[in-house]
Design a protein around this ligand. Structure first.
Ligand code: NAD
Ligand code: TYD
Length: 340
C-alpha cells in the first residue's frame, strides 16, 4: 500500500507519520507537506531515514503539482491533515484558510476522481459543530449534530467536509471523515494553548488567557487520535463520519493552572486578556460510535498525558526554541537543499 499523508510535517500529521512508518514497514508512507510556518521536518528526524518513508514538498491546492504526484506515485490511500489550523490566524486572514482547507481538499478529491483511490480520509475537527453552552454539561456533539460553525477556520473545515461527502455521493469516491476534539502532545506548534503556556511559563513570561478562562475544551492525547485514524482506515465504513474524543473536558484556566503547578511556577503569571472574537464556549465529543463500531478507546487519561507532555517539552527545549527563534525554517535547506 502506498499512503500519502498530507500535512505530515505538522503537529498531528507528524505524529501520525511516525506511527504509520513504525507500525507498517510493508507500507510506503509519503509525507506531502508545503512546509508553511507550521510545518517542521525536525518533527520527523526519528523516521527520516526509514526505507518506507519519503518526504515531498508541495501544495495541496496546486492542481498541476497534485495531479503530477498522483500520476507518478499512484497512491492507494490519502490521509488529509494539511490545513491552516489556528483559529486566531483565521480571524486575521480567512482567505488562506479557504485556499488550503477548501480548495486544497477539492483539488485532492479531483485527483482521486481522475486517478482512482482506495480511500480518501479527511481529518476534520469537532469545531464544525460550533459550540455548546457552558451550563448544559449533559450535551455532547454526536455525528448527527448539525454543522454550525463560528470561526473562519471552522467554516473552512466544515466546507471541506461537505465537499468530501459530495464527492462520495456524486462521484462514488470512497471517503471517511474523522472529527476530533483538541489534541495535546509532542510537536505541537507553540502558538496553541498548551505549548504556548509551557514555553512562556518556563521563561517567566505573562500567560495570556482569553476572556475569563472559563471556555471548555475536550482534550485528547495526539497518539489516541492517530490510533483512531489508523483504525478508521482499517475498519471504518466508507461514507461515514466518526467523532473522536475521550471525555477530558477542562476549562482553559484549569489547563493553565495544571501546567503552572507541574512547572512550579506562580499563578501570578496569568494575565486575562481581551477575548477572542466569536470565542466558542464549550466543545465536548460523544465518542460512542467509534467505541462501539470500531472498538477504539483512548489510552491516555488527561492527568498522566499532560504530565508526560510537559516532561516532553522540558526534555525537548531545543525543538521549541528553534521554532521561537525561527531556526527550524532552515532545516529543510540543510537536510534537503542539495537533494533537490
Ligand atoms: P498544524 O498547523 O500543526 O499542521 C498543518 C500542516 O499542514 C503543516 O505541516 C503545514 O506545513 C501543512 N500545510 C499547510 N498548508 C498546506 C498546503 N497548502 N499544502 C500542503 N501542506 C500544507 O495542524 P495540526 O494541529 O497538526 O492539525 C492537522 C489537522 O488536524 C488539520 O486538518 C486540523 O484541522 C485537524 N485537527 C486538529 C486538531 C488540533 O487540536 N490541533 C483537532 C482536530 C482536528
Ligand atoms: P487553541 O489552542 O488555539 O485551540 P482552539 O481555539 O482550536 O480550541 O486554544 C484553546 C483554547 O485556549 C481556546 O479556548 C482559546 C484559548 N487560548 C487562550 O486563552 N490564550 C491563548 O493564548 C491561546 C492561544 C488560546
Amino acid at each position: 500500500m502506498k499512503i500519502v499523508v498530507t500535512g505530515g510535517a505538522g503537529f498531528i500529521g507528524s505524529n501520525f507519520v511516525i506511527h504509520m512508518v513504525k507500525k507498517y514497514p510493508e507500507h510506503q508512507i509519503i509525507n506531502l507537506d508545503l512546509l508553511t510556518y507550521a510545518g517542521n521536518l525536525e518533527n520527523l528526524t526519528e523516521v527520516e531515514n526509514a526505507p518506507n518513508y519519503k518526504f515531498i514538498r508541495g501544495d495541496i491546492a496546486d492542481r498541476k503539482f497534485v495531479f503530477d504526484l498522483f500520476e507518478k506515485e499512484k497512491p492507494d490511500i490519502i490521509v488529509n491533515f494539511a490545513a491552516e489550523s489556528h483559529v486566531d490566524r483565521s480571524i486575521e486572514d480567512p482567505e488562506s484558510f479557504v485556499r488550503t482547507n477548501v480548495m486544497g481538499t477539492t483539488t485532492l478529491l479531483d485527483a482521486c476522481k481522475e486517478y482512482g483511490i482506495k480511500r480518501f480520509h479527511q481529518v476534520s475537527t469537532d469545531e464544525v459543530y460550533g459550540d455548546l453552552p457552558l451550563d448544559r454539561p449533559d450535551l455532547f456533539f454526536t455525528e448527527e449534530t448539525p454543522l454550525h460553525t463560528s470561526s473562519p477556520y471552522s467554516s473552512s473545515k466544515a466546507s471541506a467536509d461537505l465537499f468530501v461527502m459530495a464527492y462520495h455521493r456524486t462521484f462514488g469516491i470512497p471517503v471517511t471523515i474523522s472529527r476530533c476534539s483538541n489534541n495535546y502532545g509532542p510537536y505541537q506548534f507553540p502558538e496553541k494553548l498548551i505549548p504556548l503556556i509551557i514555553s512562556r511559563a518556563l521563561a517567566d513570561e505573562e500567560l495570556p488567557v482569553y476572556g475569563t478562562g472559563e471556555n471548555v475544551r475536550d482534550w485528547l492525547h495526539v497518539s489516541d487520535h492517530c490510533v483512531a485514524i489508523d483504525l478508521i482506515l482499517e475498519k471504518g465504513r466508507v461514507g461515514e463520519v466518526y467523532n473522536i474524543g475521550g471525555h477530558n473536558e477542562r476549562t482553559n484556566l484549569e489547563v493553565v493552572k495544571t501546567i503552572l503547578k507541574a512547572l512550579g511556577k506562580p499563578e501570578s503569571l496569568i494575565r486575562f486578556v481581551k477575548d477572542r472574537p466569536g470565542h466558542d464556549r464549550r466543545y465536548a465529543i460523544d465518542p460512542t460510535k467509534i467505541e462501539t463500531e470500531l472498538g477504539w478507546e483512548p489510552q491516555y487519561v488527561f492527568d498522566t498525558g499532560m504530565k508526560q507532555t510537559i516532561q516532553w517539552y522540558l526534555d525537548n527545549k531545543e525543538w521549541w526554541e528553534h521554532i521561537i527563534n525561527g531556526e527550524y525554517t532552515s532545516y529543510f535547506e540543510k537536510m534537503y537543499g542539495e537533494r533537490l
